[in-house]
Design a protein around this ligand. Structure first.
Ligand code: FES
Length: 105
């Protein structure tokens, strides 16, 4: 299983899914450019922002109020915006496609 990151440059980076990690952690493990994860995954920095492909938006775990608050304080959030640290990397995400914004919040 793997997920695809569409980088700000337009390049595509496919990363294997490691169950038990978050989407932010697997991005960091594979040095996906543009995913910073400054707070280490505790939903406090917003630097793991990704924009989820429309087809996948309803297939992810719902946004918690903490995640919604963090997204809301950042201007420019997109309807597909999520924090990658709040998305557990499970096999169900095989084929997920997300875009990395050209800058983090
Ligand atoms: Fe900080 Fe996701 S890593 S909010």
């Amino acid at each position: 299983p793997a997920v695809t990151f569409v980088l700000a440059s337009g390049a595509i980076q496919e990363v294997p899914l490691t169950e038990g990690s978050s989407l932010m952690e697997i991005a960091k493990m594979h040095a996906v450019p543009g995913i910073d994860g400054d707070c280490g995954g505790c939903c406090a920095c917003g630097t793991c922002h990704v924009i989820v492909d429309e087809a996948w938006r309803n297939r992810l775990p719902p946004i918690t109020s903490a995640e919604a608050q963090m997204l809301a304080i950042h201007a420019g959030a997109d309807p597909g915006s999520r924090l990658a640290c709040q998305i557990p990397a499970t096999a169900a995400l095989d084929g997920l496609r997300v875009r990395v914004p050209d800058h983090q919040f």
